[in-house]
Design a protein around this ligand. Structure first.
Ligand SMILES: [Zn+2]
Length: 128
């Protein structure tokens, strides 16, 4: 909205109490909507670089540029994906199980990176 737009709006609002009431209602509705948006938890994970020197991995550098980094392999060895489904499963069951599996893997990935970063901060940057 430009200053001219604001002047036009103010003139229209002076001329029409109903428009003023409606504008206030719209602003108040938008404000209540903004209050209803959940607050995101703080994210300490720095943006990674994709590297291939140690196998495909994401490299997370220290945000304070001290030279430390943590490599997180993209294909972590371990248990192959196991999905438990009912005997007569539907496509929705399969989709739900795969989604749950992906969310669990994503959470585990994030937890490993956050643990590495917080451990580094605790040992090297305790003042932060
Ligand atoms: Zn550091």
């Amino acid at each position: 909205m430009s200053p001219d737009d604001m002047d036009d709006l103010l003139e229209r609002m002076k001329a029409s109490p109903e428009e003023l009431r409606q504008t206030f209602h719209d602003i108040d509705k938008a404000r209540r909507g903004a209050e209803a948006v959940p607050v995101l938890e703080p994210n300490i994970t720095p943006e990674p670089d994709l590297i291939r020197a140690v196998g495909p991995a994401f490299r997370f550098h220290c945000p304070l540029s001290c030279g430390w980094f943590h490599d997180e392999p993209l294909d972590t060895p371990g248990d192959p994906t196991r999905i438990i489904l009912p005997a007569a499963f539907s496509l929705e069951d399969l989709d739900g199980a795969l989604t749950l599996n992906a969310e669990a893997a994503g959470l585990a990935f994030r937890t490993r990176v956050e643990d590495a970063v917080t451990g580094h901060y605790a040992s090297q940057h305790p003042e932060h």
